[in-house]
Design a protein around this ligand. Structure first.
Ligand SMILES: Nc1ncnc2c1ncn2[C@@H]1O[C@H](COP(=O)(O)OP(=O)(O)OP(=O)(O)O)[C@@H](O)[C@H]1O
Length: 265
């Protein structure tokens, strides 16, 4: 299995402070990773490195075999190979475009500029991804009028349009109600278990949002990796308690996880 992402001794320093501090981490082809950690721990910074939009201040980051800042690496060739669904992207998309247009423009590496000569084959793909995410009824709706859950599902369909080798999901379930979360977890579970789906890295705040099929977990605290490895061994009460700095119990029921704190004594 080849490396989809390899960080070696990577630090990202801003204003003299390491947001990510001497991190080494590798993601192999086919793996599905979850990144957990408290607010401000450095999760989004890791995702921004993985998306090639942020370069390390120190160390080396290699994405899909291309070293960031390396001789011969062209990030503009690399970026279409990486799908990114997150709030940062949602803010860049025109609110007046329809859901179908929003997904379709991704095939052409654009956020806007709707024009008429899209290929039928691309439109079919956009419709198929939207269908898999339960968005068929919303094809003609304006992106700006969607609910949080509908927007999240549209963004995932959009991220799939370039047929990425690596899919990055930034808090896909944030702001969803219970039904919306469970619907999304089911859909992400189907994607995660699809052997033809890209390698995946998902940032989340809650273990309840981990879909079945995710294989690995990375826990980060104050820019440093606290645990990284297979979900079965690393997603433990001990690691989660250390990560969030209070006593937590993780329970694994069927193919899902829950976590809760212990009462104050
Ligand atoms: N450009 C920047 N300059 C200075 N500090 C920054 C910059 N970007 C992020 N930070 C800080 O770096 C730390 C890590 O940020 P990051 O967004 O990676 O955390 P996170 O784990 O994703 O947090 P959250 O769960 O709150 O989204 C935070 O303390 C943040 O304030």
């Amino acid at each position: 299995m080849s490396d989809v992402l390899e960080l070696v001794d990577v630090s990202v320093v801003r204003d003299g402070r390491a947001l990510v501090d001497d991190v080494s981490w590798s993601v192999k082809e086919g793996e599905r990773w979850v990144i957990l950690g408290p607010n401000g721990a450095g999760k989004t910074t890791l995702l921004n490195l993985a998306s090639s939009y942020l370069f390390p201040s120190k160390g080396t980051a290699t994405i899909l075999g291309e070293q960031l800042g390396g001789v011969g690496t062209d990030v503009f060739e690399l970026r279409p190979r990486i799908g990114m669904a997150g709030v940062a992207m949602a803010d860049k998309l025109p609110k007046r475009q329809t859901v179908l247009q929003t997904v379709l423009t991704a095939a052409y590496g654009m956020t806007a500029t709707w024009h008429e000569n899209y290929e039928a084959v691309d439109e079919e793909r956009a419709r198929a991804f939207l269908d898999r995410l339960g968005m068929t009824e919303y094809l003609d709706r304006k992106f700006g009028t969607l609910s949080e859950g509908e927007r999240k599902r549209t963004l995932i369909a959009r991220a799939m349009m370039t047929d990425p080798e690596l899919l990055l999901l930034d808090e896909p379930a944030a702001g969803l109600d219970l039904g919306g979360r469970e619907d999304l977890v089911r859909r992400l579970g189907r994607l995660a278990r699809d052997p033809f789906a890209p390698s995946m890295i998902m940032v989340t705040h809650h273990v309840e949002e981990i879909a079945p099929g995710f294989t690995h977990v990375l826990m980060i605290r104050q820019g440093k990796i606290l645990a990284a490895g297979p979900m079965e061994t690393e997603l433990s009460s001990r690691n989660l308690s250390l990560c969030f700095g209070l006593p937590l119990i993780v329970e694994h029921t069927g193919d899902r996880y829950t976590a809760h704190g212990l009462p104050l004594s």
